[in-house]
Design a protein around this ligand. Structure first.
Ligand code: AMP
Length: 286
């Protein structure tokens, strides 16, 4: 496995690489969620590439950039075991040298949900992903549904800027308690982790309410907030039930909607989501 730290060195690797090339962009501290993307990239492509870059441009000034977990040697061992051909792991200076000042804005959808809660976040994400695409030249790139809005932003950028790259989104990988795997789970104390079990439980609760005939988005949001905040270690930042294409909030769930949320467990911010699909009432005889 090649471990490459500069764009120039990657260009040399890329010249001799067999196509198709698949890219899995990550910020490291890898877990089974990342590996599900890497394994798929390995299966689909002649050359599988993962990037590891904790991107300063997507963190707000009061966010966890400096304490974000960095486990590079362990990550490389995992990627080698997954038979990745090359890891691209640049230093911040390589991606944002002195005077760097070009940014990608993916418009309306970046202003909602995570974008509203974390101003500038998606500008940083879209910019670094475009740079990674231009360095790696992948045919296929793999993203997790865990960051549903991020995957939408990348798809929009690819469409709007005519990038010739297939974007593949893969399902959320969860631990045995149902908690979505995340590098940030490593911040959680035992008590916070137990409390965070309410997050996947509340997604199930929403599905149950909908199956029981409750289609009002406001009623579901209120019930979920109540359920989450019954647990003193949790604080809801937002709960959204939105159209999966525009991310506009819906009043009634009469077609599939994206339920997404951001919840603090102590000082750790966690996100999760699921698609809520209403039961069809058009069976014969009705
Ligand atoms: P990150 O390292 O957090 O930037 O994540 C890198 C990629 O892995 C993103 O496309 C994430 O959506 C994806 N990812 C993170 N956690 C999970 C998970 N639990 N299941 C599936 N994909 C994930």
């Amino acid at each position: 496995m090649h471990v490459i730290t500069t764009a120039a060195e990657f260009a040399r690797f890329r010249t001799g690489a067999a196509c198709p090339v698949g890219l899995v962009p990550t910020m490291g501290c890898l877990h089974e969620g990342h590996l599900s993307l890497v394994e798929r990239a390995r299966r689909d492509n002649a050359t599988a590439v993962a990037s590891i870059f904790v991107n300063p441009a997507q963190f707000g000034p009061n966010e966890d950039f400096s304490r974000y977990p960095r486990t590079f040697d362990r990550d490389c061992r995992m990627l080698k075991q997954a038979k990745v051909d090359a890891v691209f792991a640049p230093a911040p200076q390589e991606m944002y040298p002195q005077g760097y000042d070009t940014w990608v804005e993916a418009g309306g959808i970046t202003q909602r949900l995570e974008g509203a809660a974390r101003p500038g976040h998606f500008r940083g994400v879209a910019t670094v992903v475009l740079k990674l695409f231009n360095i790696v030249w992948p045919d296929n790139a793999y993203f997790g549904q865990k960051d549903a809005q991020q995957a939408m932003v990348i798809r929009k950028m690819v469409r709007d800027l005519n990038l010739n790259i297939n974007i593949i989104t893969l399902p959320i990988v969860r631990d045995e308690s149902g908690l979505a795997l995340s590098s940030r789970n490593s911040y959680l104390s035992r008590e916070e982790k137990a409390a965070a079990g309410r997050i996947p439980a509340c997604l199930k609760l929403a599905e149950k309410m909908l199956a029981g005939g409750q289609t009002g988005a406001a009623a579901i949001r209120e019930e979920l907030a109540r359920f989450l905040e019954e647990e003193p270690l949790l604080r809801v930042e937002y709960i959204s039930i939105a159209a999966p294409d525009s991310l506009e909030e819906v009043e009634t769930i009469d077609r599939p909607a994206l339920l997404s949320l951001a919840v603090w467990a102590g000082s750790t911010r966690l996100i999760d989501n699921t698609i809520l699909a209403p039961v069809r009432k058009d069976s014969p005889g009705q």
